[in-house]
Design a protein around this ligand. Structure first.
Ligand code: PLP
Length: 361
């Protein structure tokens, strides 16, 4: 069988070793003769696995003890509501930085709860898409918090600066970049991420919240997204997504074995350099994001002749390079290269791209 590399933006590929172990454990988890999916979340074996997953996650991101880690339902979009419902308090506005599709989606949802002060951070630098530096973001005085998205999965745009806004409560959607590089968690009030890209299977959302922000939820906030309720119940107020939590725990162990987030950061840079290098060295492919804001996780690229798009997708699929079709909003191609994508996968893609150009350029 052809070796398959899956470039899906999410749900995305998971480490092969993790999938193999999970497959074995589906028959017999911890000698119980059953899988983790079939046991109670209130039983000792699951609670132990859940606690270990949280510990490993904390270790990986060096999360200070003054932060709670919550394992929730609802995905990234659930957090677009959870953030205002938990943090708005008696204020009526919050700062929302618009840098792309997902940040704008958060703004749309926020309108249900408040009057967002939208900071349009999209700019053009030398004809390429870019983001205004953080020093130019005009925060409002009466905002309950600031929200931004450090990696726009669809646009292929990253904001790499670390926020430094004094007392402002910074909240960030790390759905497509969490665990790909070290984060200074202490600069944030809330960090959240849907699991299905760089953590584990869909169905789980991880929230890292500073303890002093608890206790402020609006009275109509549903309990299942109320950070205080979740925290007081160790994320088990209702039945958590047990399988996704367990499997994410296996991914955290795998990450530790690889050497942790510093090592992933280095490998992710190598992968991105390789792919952007091939795009930039050719007139056949192009990426229109300014280099300072290029995403290392999601690399959109266009073929100079879009008439070749379907042939490219057809041939790449046959070569075992799957899910390269770009999002409908951007078009062209997109290669998502999260932690689980090995360097060899990106090498296979770039070899294919060079060969495709030779044959059709
Ligand atoms: N935020 C970002 C950055 C995303 O990439 C996505 C999904 O692709 C979402 C939010 C929405 O996540 P979900 O589908 O889990 O609600």
């Amino acid at each position: 069988m052809t070796q398959v590399y899956n470039f899906s933006s999410g749900p995305a590929m998971l480490p092969a070793d993790v999938m193999l172990l999970a497959q074995q454990e589906l028959r017999d988890w911890q000698g119980l003769g059953t899988s983790v999916m079939e046991v109670s979340h209130r039983g000792k074996p699951f609670i132990a696995a859940a606690e270990e997953a949280e510990k490993d996650f904390r270790d990986l991101l060096n999360i200070p003890s003054s932060y709670k880690v919550l394992f929730c339902h609802g995905g990234g979009r659930g957090q677009f509501s959870a953030i205002p419902l938990n943090l708005l308090g008696d204020k009526t506005t919050a700062d929302y930085v618009d840098g792309g599709y997902w940040a704008a989606s958060a703004v749309k949802e926020a309108h249900k709860y408040l009057k967002p002060n939208v900071i349009d951070a999209k700019i053009t630098v030398d004809g390429k898409r870019a983001i205004k530096p953080m020093s130019e973001w005009q925060l409002s005085e009466d905002a309950a918090y600031l929200h931004y998205c450090p990696n726009e999965t669809i646009d292929g745009i990253a904001i790499n600066e670390t926020p430094d806004f004094g007392d402002a409560i910074v909240t960030a959607d790390f759905s497509s970049t969490i665990l790909s590089h070290p984060i200074d968690v202490s600069r944030y009030g809330v960090i959240y991420a849907g699991a299905q890209k760089n953590i584990g299977p869909a169905g789980l959302t991880i929230v890292i919240v500073r303890e002093d922000l608890l206790g402020k939820a609006h009275s109509v906030c549903p309990s299942i997204i109320d950070y205080t309720v979740l925290s007081e119940n160790d994320s088990m107020f209702n039945t958590p997504p047990t399988f996704a939590w367990y499997l994410s725990g296996l991914v955290f162990k795998w990450l530790k074995q690889q050497g942790g987030v510093d090592v992933m950061n280095r490998i992710n840079q190598q992968k991105a350099d390789l792919l952007y290098g091939v795009i930039d060295n050719s007139d056949f492919y192009r990426n229109d994001v300014a280099s300072a804001n290029r995403s290392r996780m999601n690399v959109p690229f266009q073929l100079a002749d879009s008439k070749l798009d379907s042939l490219f997708l057809d041939e790449s699929f046959k070569a075992g390079l799957h899910a390269l079709k770009g999002h409908r909003v951007v078009g062209g191609m997109r290669a998502s290269i999260y932690n689980a994508m090995p360097l060899e996968g990106v090498k296979a893609l770039t070899d294919f791209m060079i060969d495709f150009e030779r044959r059709h350029g």
